[in-house]
Write a protein that binds this ligand. Structure first.
Ligand code: 5AD
Ligand code: SF4
Length: 472
């Protein structure tokens, strides 16, 4: 039994990162049994779930779509905002009910929520039907924990140590067209609102040659796209003995045969000119950057601990637009941070007007236990914050549509990923600039990059049709 510890989660020592092989248990004890895996949160969690699925399948299990059919249930949780918590606790209500009829079902909770002291204690004391709680640093232990699961006691393994790097992880990848590739784990930025440095630990970079060899393997298997993942990708390399930084990694990956490369997420603070140059230079590095702004007020940026001013953000933004042809830039904005006045909010709107973002994810500030912002005085009533959020969303959607309109009657390359959810007669895919396109094209084009003529534009997607290939 190991419970999370907030004080330890905050620590950043000089202890050397250990690079370990990932243990994988192969056992047929669960042969023919079914698992139900539900993922909340970001791409990092989606990718962790690919590891979890692999662990479960190595125990002999198969996935199922219905909670009621499962022998093992795994919730991979997110802690970024309160509503992520509420969703999981709401779902646990259903699981508790299910456990009454089927006490043999094994219930596992993993991900960022389980890294929180308060949540782990609540699970321990108030949710005894949860069998296993495993942390983001303990995913590799899940197989063993399931094999040893005991209905009469809860097993909690959540490490708050700074964390190691596990190599040669087995994944059951959700797609055979696009793949996630971890490049750096954890975060040391400690923005004052953010729980991630506590739930994901210290920044630990994977070695460059390991990443490149993973991408080469994916390219050889026919993958069309990789997304390099990290809470803060441009911090890549600073903890390695070798003198490498993100731009070196990006260049090395660009020199593999993978057709498309993306990366998330970048912090504006150490986005170097060299990174911009590499993005501009290599055609397989996609011209799309997600660059969180968070606020347009210097006062609020300072309270958030963001390490840049509004002017610096805008200067970086303009430099990207100038140097990277056709680049699309999206952002994240938090509304209603403690101390945000109407004037501060208007400054955020001004930055949005200056930058005309391709897209923006907007959030109401949510206090996270243990973070400095949760203790800051917050006097703005919720209704006022919500009203600000509506105004911001209106503006953001306006620019989103305006940017999409530029694609009308143009022909753009689109990587087709599957059948459109909205219209089964169409396929869907993404432009290099990460615009969602619903396309009229034959299904044998799924997994291919094709030229698409854009026939219509909406706020959040484009419509188009495949350009007929010339018959030789
Ligand atoms: N409240 C609201 N939004 C948050 N984010 C991170 N922490 C919080 C919080 N406490 C947002 C940020 C970040 C995105 C992933 O989630 O905008 O970039
Ligand atoms: Fe949620 Fe952040 Fe954890 Fe991702 S890293 S799952 S966004 S808390």
């Amino acid at each position: 039994m190991q419970l999370p510890n907030l004080k330890k989660a905050k620590e950043r020592t000089n202890k050397e990162v250990k690079y370990e092989e990932t243990p994988l248990i192969t056992n047929n004890k669960f042969l023919g049994k079914k698992y139900f895996l539900r993922t909340y949160g970001c791409q990092m969690n989606e990718h962790d779930s690919e590891q979890i699925a692999s662990i479960l399948e190595h125990l002999g299990m198969e996935p199922c779509e219905k909670l009621e059919e499962a022998d093992v249930i795994v919730l991979n949780t997110c802690a970024i905002r309160e509503n992520a918590h509420d969703k999981v606790f709401g779902y646990l209500g259903r699981i508790k009910h299910l456990k009454k009829d089927r006490p043999d079902v094994i219930v596992c909770i993993g991900g960022c929520m389980s890294q929180e002291e308060g949540v782990a204690n609540e699970l321990l004391h108030r949710h005894p039907y949860v069998n296993i709680v495993f942390g983001t640093h303990n995913i590799h232990e899940l197989g063993k924990m399931i094999l040893e699961a005991d209905q009469n006691k809860q097993d909690i393994e959540v490490s708050s140590e700074e964390g190691n790097v596990f190599e040669h992880v087995n994944y059951k990848r959700a797609s055979h067209i696009t793949a996630w590739v971890n490049i750096i784990y954890g975060c040391d930025k400690f923005c004052t609102y953010c729980i991630v440095p506590y739930t994901r630990g210290k920044e630990r970079s994977r070695k460059l040659e390991e990443i490149v060899s993973e991408v080469e393997k994916l390219a050889a298997e026919g993958y069309q796209e990789v997304t390099l993942l990290g809470q803060n990708v441009n911090a890549y390399g600073h903890d390695l003995k070798e003198n490498v930084e993100f731009s070196d990694l990006l260049e090395a990956v660009a020199q593999t045969k993978i057709p498309r490369i993306r990366f998330v997420t970048s912090h504006p603070w150490n986005f170097t000119d060299k990174m911009i140059d590499i993005i501009a230079k290599y055609p397989n590095v996609m011209p799309y950057i997600h660059l969180p702004l968070q606020s347009g007020s210097d006062k609020i940026l300072k309270l958030m601990g963001r390490r840049y001013t509004k002017e610096e953000y805008i200067a970086l933004f303009k430099k990207m637009k100038e140097r990277i042809p056709n680049v699309a830039i999206s952002t994240d904005i938090i509304v209603g941070f403690p101390g945000e006045t109407e004037e501060d909010f208007l400054e955020t709107l001004e930055v949005v007007k200056t930058c005309e973002f391709d897209g923006a994810y907007t959030f109401l500030f949510s206090p996270r236990e243990g973070t400095p912002a949760a203790k800051m005085k917050d006097e703005t009533p919720l209704e006022e914050k919500e009203e600000r959020l509506y105004r911001l969303n209106d503006l953001v959607n306006f620019y989103s549509k305006q940017n999409n309109d530029k694609y009308l009657h143009k022909t753009v390359p689109v990587l087709l990923l599957g059948v459109s959810e909205k219209d089964p007669n169409k396929l869907y895919g993404y432009t290099d600039t990460m615009k969602l396109v619903n396309v009229i094209a034959p299904s044998n084009k799924i997994g291919k990059i094709i030229d698409v003529y854009i026939t219509d534009t909406k706020s959040f997607s484009l419509d188009g049709e495949m350009i007929k290939e010339e018959t030789p």
